[in-house]
Design a protein. Structure first.
Lengths: 378, 378
């Protein structure tokens, strides 16, 4: 499509409408869409005919049907709405949300993603590292962020972050500086520059990568949206790196999301005398994050997150039914004790990225569990 | 004994003679002493009547019977030879050498220890932390060493180190500065100030703690003696802390010894841009050391290494025969997976120091194995 022929179809209008009404993810809305189709659900919500659970969640904004206007305005600004209907939908990256135990209604995959920029969404997030950290980064923290983000971007990795002050901005800037790709996930509409001081940075990100949000244009940032945003930084990355973080830190929230989604979490150490490294040290001590000091070590941990062969997706369902990588990885797990993906890759003869893809599927089947950063038979 | 009535008995003369002839530990010599007694073995070696294996190891120095002179000279200087005959012999600390798999002849407990200072040897090493690191410590490294060593010493822990430049010296000095106890283990005779610049420091250590060596007075330092010395730093400590270490580092050798002996190994992180922290980061990454940043975290890892109840030492030998702490600790181990001593302490209701004492005994019995810094049922 181009600016002259912009004409969203009924389904896209329905996704846009529901995204605006829901203002964030909802498992019950996803389930309804899965069952009845996005157009039917949108019509029902619009008409006040949705079930009680959905109505209580959505009725407050059900009258706000700004879908056509939002899509048109964003289109003119160089953005679009990406939905599960689109080829570029990062389905594999978001699959993990469906596997979560004890998830609240909002701890779900986004219904759709509003993006600013011309790149396809699925491509940059195929090999992507989330780099996050404190807004109050030290000179050391900014330096290390720039080194690692720049090296990763040079190596073809997309740098995903949240466009905040401190570590986030240093990560985006370093990727841009080497002509790399970077994705900024916002807690507000992609048309809102937040923080305002980063308006120019966000424009540069949109030109060399993508600015992404699950909130429709015009949405203002809010605390709960930052927490929801963090889960998307984690989901759209093969692994999450925390460069500097205080003892209590939003970056740790992102790291927790990465762990829940089965992605590697890494942290950079610093002087024990520095407050901005306390959160990183704590995560390393508690085995919540692996210590890394360079882009090379980050890549060692991560490998790109690729979708498994289709046949694997079809046959997992029982131990006998395992095949392909999944079977090889399962067979390579020792009877007792935990092993890491790298060790499994060696013993299974399967590339480490494919091992990383197989493990969450085995976990979904209840065949393996993650423990202390490694994996063991359930 | 005092200077006026110094008169070493036949056994002490035999230990001194064999220590001088062996110049380091020997499993075969220990076995011969165990079987025939120290006086008989000394007489046999002196007369060239020792078995072939011992003779090949000892004949080169068998004629050097300087025992009486060495003991007398060291006695006048304020030192003595501590042997397994003495109450103050740190038998429990050295027990681990007997449990090592695949140990070479020299990877054994020392036959005897030459000490300079008036303190009993067993007391300061009951609650002791080894603090080691690079000679080329950074300002940051020296600062952190001083903070942690000073806090530990104030808390009643003995600081054990090797009197080298850099981290070692900073550790000894910090302990002395707060009126604490410190033990220096040398790779040369305790009468040789090495490095020479530390002559004053070693004297201060001897006055407030002990200077210790397994080599007789007059022995010069040598590379293999530094490696042998490292094993004693590890053995005489409840845990070993590496503050700063380069990528290849003697401190890592000490840490390896601590791990072989079943003691906690800790490392302090620093800037990833600092060469003197690379070894620490590597050990943390490879799960060879736990990240710590304060004396409090060190004590959390260690707890004092105390001998188990005698009844425990007598009854371990079969699973049914376990009793006391040992049985409680074994029963607290989960059927699958590894746990750390602190967690075991909680679930077994046994103090963490006693858990740490019980685990090596259970390992000796083949009932538990250590893996990834934790313990699991064999």
């Amino acid at each position: 499509m181009n600016a002259d022929s912009f004409d969203p179809d009924e389904r896209r209008l329905a996704w846009a409408y529901l995204s605006t009404v829901a203002q964030g993810a909802s498992r019950s809305l996803s389930a309804a869409i899965e069952e009845e189709g996005v157009v039917a659900v949108a019509a029902a919500v619009r008409a006040g005919r949705a079930g009680a659970e959905l109505s209580s969640r959505l009725s407050a904004r059900a009258h706000l049907d700004t879908a056509a206007v939002d899509l048109e305005r964003l289109h003119r600004a160089g953005g679009r709405l990406v939905t599960p209907d689109d080829d570029e939908w990062p389905a594999w990256q978001l699959l993990g949300f469906g596997m979560l135990d004890k998830a609240t209604d909002a701890e779900a995959a986004p219904h759709a993603l509003w993006v600013w920029g011309t790149r396809r969404l699925d491509e940059p997030v195929e090999r992507a590292i989330g780099i996050v950290g404190t807004r109050a980064a030290s000179g050391y923290g900014e330096h290390v962020t720039a080194e690692i983000a720049g090296d990763l971007a040079l190596d073809g990795w997309t740098v995903v972050s949240g466009a905040a002050f401190g570590v986030d901005a240093a990560a985006h800037r370093a990727a841009l500086a080497v002509g790399g790709t970077t994705v900024a996930v916002l807690a507000c509409g992609v048309d809102r520059a937040y923080p305002a001081a980063h308006a120019k940075l966000l424009r540069a990100v949109s030109e060399n990568g993508l600015v992404v949000s699950e909130y429709p244009p015009g949405t203002a940032p809010a605390r709960y949206r930052f927490l929801a945003r963090n889960r998307l930084v984690a989901a759209l990355s093969s692994g999450t790196l925390v460069v500097e973080a205080g003892w209590r830190s939003g970056a740790r929230n992102t790291a927790t999301w990465a762990r829940r989604l089965g992605r590697p979490v890494m942290a950079v150490p610093g002087p024990v005398t520095s407050a901005s490294s306390q959160g990183c040290h704590r995560m390393i001590r508690e085995n919540e994050a692996r210590l890394v000091g360079s882009a090379h070590e980050v890549v060692d941990e991560c490998g790109p997150l690729l979708a498994p062969d289709d046949r694997d997706a079809q046959v997992v369902g029982s131990l006998d039914g395992l095949s392909g990588d999944t079977a090889l990885v399962y067979e390579a797990l020792p009877a007792v004790g935990t092993v890491g993906p790298a060790e499994l890759a060696t013993s299974a003869g399967v590339a480490v990225d494919r091992v990383r893809a197989a493990l969450p599927m085995l976990e979904l089947e209840g065949l393996v569990v993650s423990r202390d950063g490694g994996w063991e038979r359930a």
